[in-house]
Write a protein that binds this ligand. Structure first.
Ligand code: GUN
Ligand code: ZN
Length: 439
């Protein structure tokens, strides 16, 4: 058993429902055995009750639940920063040419290492991942995630039109390869499978039906895709599906809108779409950095919440600008501020919830990860800014835990991530810090 001592914060409930959902322990501790949280509370009390537990002293920083990124693309690591284009031009110019290279196992294996280490070194312990169009590359992704110990929910991306020939498959082949990948990886270790048509624009009705067949056959695989991201995309989808009421209907008709579905972006939904998303309890994954970078628009968070749609957060690497869920939280805050009365004023507690527990709920993993409640896996990120950094200074002077949390979102980066655990296993540790120069 290990006793981790730190200032810790988590949101076991939603601050959108319970305004005081943020729980803080200034001198707190988490008791961990076999990767599970056995107790969470004050350090003094837990130490007295468990004198035999090995102590891990994490004072001087903040311990948070590991981040849950609910929308991120494996084959897009190397195209992060392709700025200046709207979605469909960005896909054609930067994204699809890079994704076409993943039939080469050498390339796919190298990027799988970059991708998994990118997630872990930013404090992300669980991710819903758009895999590759190539089944062999998806295998390499799962293999690398397993080697490192990250939780990934991932799938082969499938499409049968409008991209480029190397990235197209057929509904029959998508079904067959999906079955094989599910058999090999779903429920193996920390891996889960997500059926992943790229978006309706690149998927015929036959392809969406093949996806639905997999969802029916395997009762607990997850589903993910894109929706209502960009106005031109929405127009093309309308033309491609003349019989559908709207974008959501293209998925809804196939039976793909369920509690197991996470739909990324949802920047331009109709009221009907929001109503159906709420009714079927699917999640909208909000990707604010991507929405800004690609000029997709301002996410109507208030309308989602009013309709009762569950919302989580995603980095959308590489439309998004990096793996940091702290940056993503800050950008979500900025954009809501800019929306005036239509925006929702997000507190640090909301940001923490969106970056952790909300994602776990989206994936149906809230009994396992996303907060520090007893029984959860010990999935955690230890943020400890290097001495001399601005964040270090600000934290030393923070007047409350809320201010500390706000400063972490405002200033925190990959450089502040000191250590990361999944189920009690260390999956990342920062290298030694350069010794400060003596004057
Ligand atoms: N829609 C279809 N494919 C993509 C993608 O790779 N990124 C984003 N942001 N939207 C998409
Ligand atoms: Zn995306």
């Amino acid at each position: 058993m290990k006793l981790y001592r730190a200032q810790l914060m988590h949101t076991p409930a939603s601050p959108f429902v319970f305004p005081d959902a943020l729980q803080v322990l200034d001198d707190g501790a988490v008791l961990v055995g076999n990767g599970r949280i056995l107790a969470t509370g004050s350090y003094t009390e837990l130490r007295a009750a468990h004198p035999q537990a090995e102590g891990v002293d994490l004072r001087g920083g903040v311990l948070l639940p590991g981040f849950v990124d609910t929308h991120v693309h494996f084959p897009q690591v190397r195209i992060i920063g392709g700025l200046g284009l709207p979605l469909l031009d960005w896909l054609d110019t930067y994204t699809l040419p890079e994704e076409a290279r993943f039939g080469d196992p050498g390339h796919a294996a190298a990027v799988a290492r970059e991708f998994v280490s990118g997630l872990a070194s930013h404090g992300t312990t669980t991710a819903l991942v758009f895999g590759s169009h190539f089944a062999s590359a998806v295998d390499l992704l799962f293999r690398e995630a397993s080697r490192v110990g990250l939780r990934v929910v991932a799938g082969q991306v499938v499409s049968d039109r409008m991209l480029r020939p190397e990235l197209h498959t057929t509904p029959e082949r998508a079904y067959a390869e999906g079955r094989e990948l599910i058999g090999r990886w779903h429920g193996q270790g920390r891996n889960l499978y997500a059926v992943t048509p790229r978006f309706s624009l690149s998927a015929s009705e036959g392809m969406l039906d093949a996806c639905a067949a997999l969802m029916r056959e395997f009762g607990d695989v997850r589903f993910t895709s894109h929706i209502n991201e960009n106005r031109r995309e929405i127009e093309v989808v309308r033309d491609l599906f003349p019989g559908s009421r709207d974008y959501l209907d293209t998925y809804e008709r196939a039976g793909l809108v369920t509690r197991r579905s996470v739909l990324a972006h949802s920047v331009h939904p109709s009221d009907r779409e929001l109503g159906v998303m709420a009714e079927h309890r699917c999640t909208a994954a909000h990707c604010p950095c991507s929405n800004s970078a690609l000029g997709s628009g301002l996410f109507p968070l208030r309308r989602h919440l009013a309709a009762g749609v569950h919302v989580s957060l995603g980095t959308d690497v590489g439309g998004g600008t990096g793996f940091s869920m702290l940056k993503e939280g800050l950008q979500a805050y900025f954009m809501q501020q800019l929306m005036g009365e239509q925006g929702y004023s997000l507190t640090p507690a909301h940001l923490l919830y969106l970056a952790t527990r909300a994602g776990a709920e989206a994936l149906g993993l809230h009994g396992l990860t996303g907060d520090f409640s007893v029984g959860q896996a010990f999935d955690a990120v230890y943020l400890r800014p290097p001495e001399g950094s601005t964040l270090h200074t600000v934290l030393r002077h923070a007047e409350s835990a809320e201010r500390t949390l706000a400063a972490l979102f405002a200033l925190g980066t990959q450089a502040d991530v000191a250590q990361v655990w999944v189920q009690g296993d260390e999956v990342y540790a920062r290298g030694p810090q350069p010794t400060p120069e003596v004057a």
